[in-house]
Design a protein around this ligand. Structure first.
Ligand SMILES: [Zn+2]
Length: 511
């Protein structure tokens, strides 16, 4: 496929087939047409800005100060957010890495692109590991064709070239190595590898706050009870000293998870005691602080290179959060807001500063929005996208937007969020539908399903239409995923998936 180089957009209408067209962003004028009564196009620079997405894997929004967290996990990010446009209601379309990233890169839902972390098969059969269709049109591909230099600096794990994620990136570098290392790698690309005559798109991803937790002691001290002597302190200490001597050694992450953390965590279906839970949360917060320090350094280093909000649009976001038994589980396999609610902070030329917006957005909005801000003309925007262009120059929220979330393993969960209400459905398991109202109950503790049965009934036709539309959209845009068997993964890839808790070695034949 070929796209022309960036041009100034003159007209744009993007309309998700799931949401009513009247609610979608509709732009009907060029920048000279600021006539009263005519919806003005979002104001953007005529020089395509650099684009940088800083994606903090597993970062739940409410553990950042910018989203109300009390403990000082994120001073650098918080102060950055104060000068930025903050979206308070941003959501991940899935609760795990691969589907959320594929949605960000293609602006389609996981059910359409099919790139789940893993797809279980029948009893006794190994799961499969889907790859993004090579026919998918990705954010990086369009930017690359539009004259951007593109690089992805990622932190290993599920973000692998052979899962289809490298499409459109001139440089793809993915290795489990932490935020500091990834920031250094990104700076090296900026300094010595990119084409300085072109605007750049840098996708910078870190697993710093993902399990297995390996924060440095100086950060743990800031959040942990110094008197805690339980099994998780020992697990963290043993894991850290092992990692210090074996970083980069094949199987090290798997060993850390299996030999140190797993024996210290409660068995499945059980919850930890208060002291263990507090220390586990302290480790997560320490990881956030360590990531935050790296982020602060990144911003300083960018400024030293003349890469500033005047010429570069930075989006800080995540692919999903983390739950700590608020709903019976640890990790990120469910789609309660502990995992669905993510940060979404933007700053760049033309964006508002010091403004918070409460209209809902999701990761599907990233691709059309960044393409728009890159100046790509509507005729050349991929028709496969389902997200919207967000106007970063406006305080006004557009109309309602239905946000859909999904998880496929170990239980199929499906969420449907309209306004303050969210229905959670569990197709296949027989578990009853749940309903939550965020205006009253942001922690999703009071299930309203019995009291709001008529609302659940009223959205059934929408759910049905959405599911049918997803099947058609996948077919129309050739988005059916490729398939990779466990046996075709390298040993290093298997170790990484097991080490990060995505695969239980006992369920894999011959492992
Ligand atoms: Zn992730």
């Amino acid at each position: 496929m070929k796209f022309p180089r960036a041009r100034i957009l003159t007209a744009l209408t993007l309309c998700s087939a799931i949401n009513a067209c009247g609610d979608a962003t509709t732009i009907d004028s060029d920048r000279s047409g600021d006539d009263a009564g005519m919806m003005a196009a979002p104001l953007r620079s005529e020089t395509p800005p650099n684009l940088l997405v800083f994606l903090i894997d597993t970062q739940r929004a409410d553990y950042l100060g910018a989203y109300g967290h009390a403990a000082p996990t994120s001073p650098e990010l918080d102060s950055y957010a104060q000068e930025s446009l903050v979206f308070e209601r941003a959501y991940a379309p899935a609760s795990s890495t691969s589907p959320s990233h594929a949605s960000l890169f293609t602006s389609t839902h996981p059910r359409i692109h099919g790139v789940w972390n893993r797809v279980p098969r029948g009893e006794g059969e190994d799961p499969i590991f889907p790859a993004l269709s090579p026919k998918a049109i990705t954010l990086a591909e369009v930017l690359n064709e539009a004259g951007y230099d593109t690089a992805a600096i990622c932190d290993g794990g599920n973000l692998q070239e052979n899962r289809g994620f490298a499409q459109g990136f001139s440089v793809w570098d993915s290795k489990f190595s932490g935020a500091e290392n990834r920031v250094d790698r990104a700076l090296r690309w900026l300094d010595t590898e990119r084409d300085a005559d072109l605007p750049f798109f840098l996708f910078l991803h870190t697993y710093q706050v993902h399990t297995p937790y390996l924060p440095e002691e100086q950060y743990v001290e800031q959040f942990a009870d110094p008197n805690y002597r339980g099994p998780l302190r020992e697990a963290w200490q043993r894991a850290s000293s092992f990692w210090a001597s074996s970083s980069g050694v094949r199987g090290a992450i798997r060993k850390i998870q299996g030999d140190f953390y797993k024996p210290a965590l409660p068995a499945e279906g059980e919850a930890p005691n208060a002291e263990d839970l507090a220390f586990l949360k302290a480790l997560y917060q320490a990881e956030i602080k360590q990531m935050d320090t790296a982020f602060g350094r990144l911003v300083d280093e960018l400024a030293a290179r003349g890469i500033t909000p005047d010429n570069t649009l930075i989006l800080i976001t995540s692919d999903h959060g983390e739950e700590f038994w608020e709903h019976g589980q640890y990790g990120h396999h469910q789609i309660y807001d502990t995992t669905a609610h993510i940060p979404f902070i933007v700053r760049g030329p033309g964006t508002l500063s010091g403004v918070r917006r409460s209209d809902p957005v999701d990761l599907l909005d990233v691709m059309p929005t960044l393409l728009y801000w890159a100046g790509i003309e509507v005729d050349y925007l991929p028709p496969s996208m389902l997200g919207r262009v967000l106007d970063f120059g406006s305080k006004d929220a557009p109309g309602n937007y239905t946000v859909v979330g999904e998880s496929n393993w170990p239980e199929h969960q499906w969420s449907w969020r309209v306004g303050d209400r969210k229905a959670m459905l569990f197709p296949g398991s027989g578990r009853a539908t749940e309903v939550y109202d965020f205006a009253q109950d942001p922690g999703e503790q009071d299930d309203l399903a019995a009291r709001q049965a008529s609302w659940v009934e009223s959205v059934q036709p929408d759910l049905q239409a959405w599911a049918e539309h997803a099947v058609q959209w996948q077919s129309d845009h050739q988005l059916a995923p490729g398939v990779r068997d466990w046996n075709k993964l390298t040993q290093a890839e298997r170790d990484a998936l097991i080490g990060m808790g995505y695969v239980d070695p006992e369920e894999i034949d011959g492992n």
